[in-house]
Design a binder for this molecule. Structure first.
Ligand code: CP3
Length: 375
C-alpha cells in the first residue's frame, strides 16, 4: 500500500492501491499538483466534457442535463469521452455544481443556453428554514458513477469537484444566472442570520458532495467559486471565506500534504488569490485575466497564517484563443508555460471553461503541443 497518502482513504483508493494498473500516485497530474517534475507536462481543460464534443451531444439526445448526471453509466461515459479523444492527463467528473441541490430535493433544472434555474428563488428566512436535510445516502448515484469511471480510467486520475458555497448560493438567491449577483450581496449585509443559515447549508451540501467523490475514488478535488470575483476582498473575507472553509472541513482528513490535491478556482479573483489559498487549497486556479508570474508574485508576497507562500498554479490559457489562428494560440501557450515556470509547480488548463463552439480537434492538437514541450 502506498504509505504516502492519508490512511483515511480506502485501501483500494487509486492514490493508495499497490495495483499499478489502477494507481494514480505516479501520474503526471498528481506529481504536477505536488510540485514534482512529471514525465510529461500535465494538462486538462475545465468543461472538457460537454457540448464541444459531437459524441456528447449524441449521447445526451432526449435526456436532460441533470438527469444525465444522475444516470451513473451515462455520467461515467461522458466523463471518459474527452480523455479518449484528447489524451488529457485527468478526467473531470461529469456533474454540476447544483447536483447536491437536486439530490436533496430542491427544484432546479439546467436551461439550455441559460444555466441553473430554480423553481423558486431562496430569499426569505422561511425559504431557508424549508431547505431539505442533506444526507450521505443521497449521493449514491454519484458514488456509483465515480466507481465506474475510476475502474475505466486506470492510472489516469479523476478530479472531483463542487461549487463553493457562494457560487451555489448566488444561484439559489437569484433563482437563475445573473451578472452582478445583487441578491446575495444584499442578503449578506441586510440579513446576516439568513445568510449564515443559507451558506452553512450550501457548505454542507458542497462538502459532502466532495467527500463522496473522493471516497469513491477521485484523486484530486476542485472547488469552483466561479463568481467570487464579484466580491470585494472584505466581502470575501467576512461573508464567504468562512463558509468555503466550512465546506472543506468535510474533507480535511482527506486533503493536506498527504491527501488529495485540492484546487481552488474562481474567475476575476486576482485580488483574493492568497485568501483562496488560505482556505486550505494546495493548488490555486488562475483565470485568463492575470499572468501566472504575477499570480505567483502576489502569492509569494502574502504568506498565509501557516507561513505558506506560493502554491502550485493551474491555468490559464485564454479560451478565446482556441478560436484564433494556430500560430497565435501556440505563441500564447508557450508564454503561459514560461510565466508558470516561476511557480513551485504548474498544471496547464484554460483560464475558464471550454466554449461550446470550440473545434475539438484544436483541443487534441493543443494537448499534443503541451506534451511535446519539455521542462
Ligand atoms: O467537463 C467538465 O468540466 C465537467 C462538468 C462540469 C459541468 N458543470 C457540466 C455542465 C463542471 C465542472 C461544471 C461546473 C459548473 N456548473 C460551474 C463552475 C465552473 C464554471 O464554469 O465556472 C458553474 C458555474 C455551473 C453552473 C452551470 N451549469 C452553468 C453556468 C451552465 C451553462 C449553461 C449554458 O447552457 O450555457 C451549466 C450547464 C452545464 N454544466 C453544461 C455542462 C456540460 C451544459 C449543459 C448542456 O450540455 O446543455
Amino acid at each position: 500500500m502506498n504509505q504516502e497518502f492519508s490512511p483515511v482513504l480506502p485501501a483500494n483508493h487509486p492514490l493508495r492501491t499497490e495495483d499499478s494498473a489502477q494507481s494514480t500516485a505516479q501520474s503526471a497530474l498528481i506529481k504536477g499538483y505536488r510540485g514534482e517534475v512529471p514525465d510529461r507536462r500535465p494538462v486538462w481543460f475545465m468543461r472538457q466534457a460537454g457540448r464541444s464534443l459531437p459524441e456528447y451531444r449524441k449521447l445526451r439526445e432526449g435526456t436532460t442535463m441533470l438527469d444525465s448526471c444522475l444516470i451513473p453509466e451515462m455520467a461515467s461515459e461522458i466523463t471518459l469521452q474527452p480523455v479518449r479523444r484528447h489524451d488529457v492527463d485527468a478526467a473531470i467528473f461529469f456533474s454540476d455544481i447544483v447536483i447536491p441541490l437536486k439530490l436533496a430535493g430542491v427544484g432546479v433544472e439546467i436551461q439550455p443556453g441559460v444555466g441553473p434555474v430554480l423553481d423558486a428563488p431562496i430569499r426569505t428566512p422561511q425559504d431557508i428554514a424549508n431547505l431539505p436535510e442533506i444526507t450521505d445516502e443521497m449521493f449514491e448515484p454519484i458514488t456509483e458513477a465515480v466507481k465506474l469511471t475510476v475502474a475505466e480510467l486506470g492510472p489516469r486520475p479523476l478530479i472531483g469537484f463542487a461549487g463553493a458555497p457562494y457560487t451555489v448560493a448566488a444561484y439559489m438567491v437569484e433563482g437563475r444566472p445573473s451578472r452582478d449577483h445583487l441578491g446575495p450581496r444584499t442578503m449578506m449585509y441586510n440579513d446576516p442570520e439568513s445568510w449564515d443559515r443559507l451558506m452553512s447549508w450550501t457548505a454542507e451540501a458542497s462538502g459532502r458532495f466532495l467527500r463522496a467523490q473522493i471516497m469513491a475514488g477521485a484523486s484530486a478535488a476542485q472547488l469552483f467559486d466561479s463568481w467570487a470575483g464579484s466580491l470585494s476582498r472584505t466581502n470575501y473575507l467576512d461573508k464567504v471565506m468562512p463558509y468555503s472553509q466550512q465546506a472543506l472541513e468535510h474533507i480535511e482528513d482527506l486533503t493536506g500534504d498527504n491527501g488529495v490535491p485540492l484546487i481552488h478556482f474562481g474567475t476575476g479573483t486576482g485580488e483574493i488569490l492568497d485568501l483562496m489559498r488560505d482556505t486550505g487549497a494546495t493548488v490555486v486556479g488562475v483565470d485568463y485575466r492575470l499572468r501566472l508570474d504575477e499570480a505567483n508574485r502576489r502569492l509569494g508576497n502574502t504568506p498565509g497564517p501557516d507561513g505558506r507562500t506560493n502554491v502550485v498554479l493551474q491555468g490559464n490559457i485564454d479560451p478565446a484563443l482556441l478560436d484564433a489562428d494556430w500560430d497565435v494560440l501556440e505563441t500564447h501557450v508557450r508564454e503561459v508555460i514560461a510565466q508558470g515556470a516561476k511557480a513551485p509547480g504548474h498544471v496547464l488548463n484554460l483560464g475558464h471553461g471550454v466554449p461550446p463552439t470550440t473545434d475539438p480537434t484544436v483541443l487534441t492538437r493543443l494537448v499534443e503541443l503541451i506534451h511535446s514541450i519539455d521542462y
